[in-house]
Design a protein around this ligand. Sequence first.
Ligand code: IVH
Length: 677
Amino acid sequence: MSIKKKITDTYKKKIALIKKHNKYYYNDDKPQISDADYDKLKNEVLDLEKKNVYLKDLNIFSETLGAPPTNQFKKINHLKPMLSLSNAFDENGMIDFLKKIKNYLNIKEFDLDLISEPKIDGISATLIYENGLLKKGLSRGDGYIGEDILENLKTIKEIPKDISRQNVPKLLEIRCEIFIGKKDFYILKDKFANPRNAAGGSLRQKNPKDTSKIPLKYFAYGFGVIQPMIFEKQSEFLKRLNSWGFLTNPLSKNVKGIDEIEKQHKSLDSIRSSLDYDIDGLVFKVDDLKLQQRLGNTSNSPRWAIAYKFSAEKAITKINNIIIQVGRTGAITPVAKVDPVTVGGVVVSNATLHNEDEIKRKDIRIGDTVLIQRAGDVIPQVVSVNISKRDKKARKYIFPSKCLCGAETKKELSKNTKKRDAVRRCTKGYDCEFTAKEKLKHIVSKEAFNIDGLGKKVVDQFWNLKIIKEPSDIFKLNYNKINELEGWGDLSINNLKKAIKDAKKIPLNRFIYSIGIRHIGQENAKILAAFFLSVKEFSKLSDLKNREKILKNLNELDGIGETQVESINNFFFNKKNVIITNNLIKQLDITDYSLKSSKGKFSNKKIMFTGGFENMSRSEAKSIAENNGGKVLGSVSKKLDLLVVGDSKPTKKKINQARDLKIQIISEKEWNKILNS
Ligand code: IVH
């Protein structure tokens, strides 16, 4: 055995040992060695790395540090969900953002006041003050349930603990970003992959004393609940935060219109490297809080804010191979295996090539020297080839016509554009083991069943061991078998059991989203759930005779188009999908689609809109109805209580149908009157 190999083996063994003790300490809460022995072990590894630099390139040690799992913190419901932001990557993205806001509010001619704030790439947390005293501190968690990390947050000196003398609202929830300064990170750089990981690791230490060892900083940028509400503008809120003793980012600025947006974006991009913290873009927010409230949220992000990212970080590397990957919709994506290279603090060894046409267009070959880029959480991609560096041995990639499962693939014809799709797809669905595995990953994901402890890696593991073969298996796991696997202790199994038990109860809209019908995202799933109301009705799609009738009705739903209807048809046409979906349904308690809140002006009323309105968009009208206890339907039927007819181009057919069914019909004027009453 070569010396190098021997050293590598020792190194790997020591790391495996650290991992084992991490698990005893963090997962099982039963440390098997003293802190001193643990530190000694860690130092031995660091020592080996220092003497043998090549070990660091293996990049395995950083993974083992600073990532204790979640289950040791108490879980607490957020007073208000902590959503994420949608992204814009260029001027067009921002123009689109402004346009959508104006459409939603149905305003035309004025430049909206926005506030621009640097977007720090850190860890978000929320601080709850009751009568001015810091009472709770939570991590974001899944956005709905956070973890109690109050004691760790308290170690950050600059976070005010008592502002009771400042005459603050009784209940004050402050959202902030926790980060590590670049200079401070420099000292820790051997232990963590990047500043963000380091901040996360520090915040999630079991012992606040360990948190205090890693210097955390913060900026406050937003609020959850404030009672009583005393602010009218975001900019005013930030100023006041400052006077109360919170740190806010001094680079925030009010702007108006696309030119000022661009100017601010360029200006901060040019100084970002001189800041002591990483920013990955700017957040633009509608400054007026009343407008923010009118705009509200889509499923995951507010309509009133957007993250305008800086252009991606780039690096040069070499393509060693090209492989294909299969997605949950059967999409075949070519992926370049590249020489590992650090891009924006993360080691990248895979980069997407998008599709067959893209490889041809850019003339990308195996062996080529290429420029790759990574923007935020987006998968790294190959941007261009340096032809001058092309090796004689570089060879063209022949795109396979078959899926990894062996089945022929197809390029579909798009109903909307009438063009052939650039993406090849395997159409075998669950009959393709590669597609099936990805479908499972979708099912357990955050927006679907949200099963903690059943991440992508675990799905891979369980799939390979045939512990899970189809979605229903998740709810029939053989825990004895899992107990025998490496890395699974009693505690982690109990956590998994509980997470799966909790996931069994699922609202109809989430269930519809989870089963992964192509073109049915979270919003469409809600529209469908509002139409079917119960899983019993939804299941009728499995039956061919019923299906034809139902699909005709779906076509009339506001928000559902031909593409969606065809996709639903395709999904249920596939017998395996039907069997698998029914097997899954048997394991679950799927709750009927229900009103968001049943209290309000339209309590339990089923409402439909037709035509355009002068003071608001139809989308806003719908969400007002929902927020006031109503349920919005997409088609006229006996179930409907109220049809609201906007002045601009209402559909005659719908009005006539409603009239025939003796449903109450009101005009735009009457609608406005009800809202103002
Ligand atoms: S506002 C409803 N403002 O970015 C979400 N977020 O992707 C409102 N972030 O989780 C977020 N700086 O951790 C906002 N000035 C800023 C921010 C900021 C950093 C982070 C935050 C959030 C994530 C959203």
